[in-house]
Design a protein around this ligand. Structure first.
Ligand code: HPA
Length: 294
């Protein structure tokens, strides 16, 4: 029946997510002319400007043209995928097209960008987000390194009896590299389903069970990245004190504004961190010291 035809290949009953990711990676290689990407970054609220600082943009693709990525939402806003060459010669894939779990399209679509990144060859997945902070000393605009997570979505991107170890999911060596760029606090990220913000009681619960940061992304993506064999780096921008931590109600406009205000600093932090990671891992086959022109 024509009307039951899924518009996204991941929604087909017999879909194989890994195969769709490989198809997507082939399209990215074709459209960018870059056979292999070394590192991938998903840029959340406040982190977008980093794309301009990391290196030279080689190609910009409309994500809706890549298999498995969601078609533009009602407002016509569709995400982009951007291929960037670092001064080391390494290639970074910037994913500006995050599908959130709260959109209700299922977890396969949420983690498709991460699986695609792995299929392009990326060994490192950098996940960034805007989030609420539980520590009162974290003013809006504070970047925090994710040390671990608690997944409160009651869902998993893994299908079947796929037992994946998540000890050290947020790579200690990548965190150490970022700490060498700028000294940051570290915290445990708690993923809620959203899209509503948490109640003060839920935020208190997140603190009692060991959380420091609350948000609506990242944990499911990190699990898929680990399954795909990538090393994960997670960074949160604290856009607001979590509900009940500050006496004022949460406002989405203020969350966006906090991201905008912090973006220059975050762009520099992320660009320097990515250069440090590329140098440490030997991505691109040359030291990231500017000695070689791209
Ligand atoms: N909670 C969940 N997600 C968020 C928040 C928050 O307080 N701020 C920005 N994203």
């Amino acid at each position: 029946m024509a009307e039951t035809q899924p518009t996204n290949p991941l929604d087909a009953p017999d879909a194989a997510p890994a195969a769709v990711a490989r198809e997507a990676a082939a399209v990215i290689a074709d459209r960018t002319g870059v056979a292999r990407h070394d590192i991938a970054l998903t840029l959340g609220s406040g982190w977008g400007k980093a794309a301009d600082e990391i290196g030279e943009t080689i190609a910009l693709i409309d994500a809706a043209e890549v298999p498995g990525f969601s078609k533009p939402a009602l407002d016509g806003h569709s995400g982009t995928l951007r291929s960037i060459r670092l001064s080391s010669g390494a290639h970074a894939l910037i994913i500006g097209a995050r599908t959130h779990y709260y959109e209700g399209h299922g977890v396969r679509r949420v983690v498709h960008s991460v699986r695609t990144a792995a299929a392009t060859g990326a060994r490192v997945m950098v996940l960034t987000n805007g989030a609420g902070g539980l520590r009162p000393e974290w003013a809006p605009g504070t970047p925090v390194l994710i040390r671990d997570h608690i997944n409160l979505t009651a869902d998993s991107p893994l299908e079947g009896a796929t037992f994946v170890d998540l000890t050290d999911l947020y790579s200690p060596r990548l965190r150490a590299l970022v700490q060498g760029v700028e000294r940051l606090d570290e915290g445990v990220y708690v993923q809620f389903r959203g899209p509503h913000y948490e109640t003060p009681a839920e935020v208190r619960m997140a603190g009692v069970i060991g959380g420091d940061i609350v948000g609506m992304s990242t944990a499911l993506e990190a699990i898929a990245a680990r399954e795909a064999g990538m090393e994960v780096l997670g960074l949160s921008l604290i856009t607001n004190p979590a509900a009940g931590i500050s006496p004022t109600p949460l406002d989405h406009g203020e969350v966006i504004a906090a991201g905008k205000a912090a973006e220059d600093r975050l762009a520099e932090l992320l660009a320097r961190s990515v250069a440090a990671v590329a140098a440490e891992l030997g991505l691109g086959g040359a030291p990231a010291d500017g000695a070689r022109e791209a």
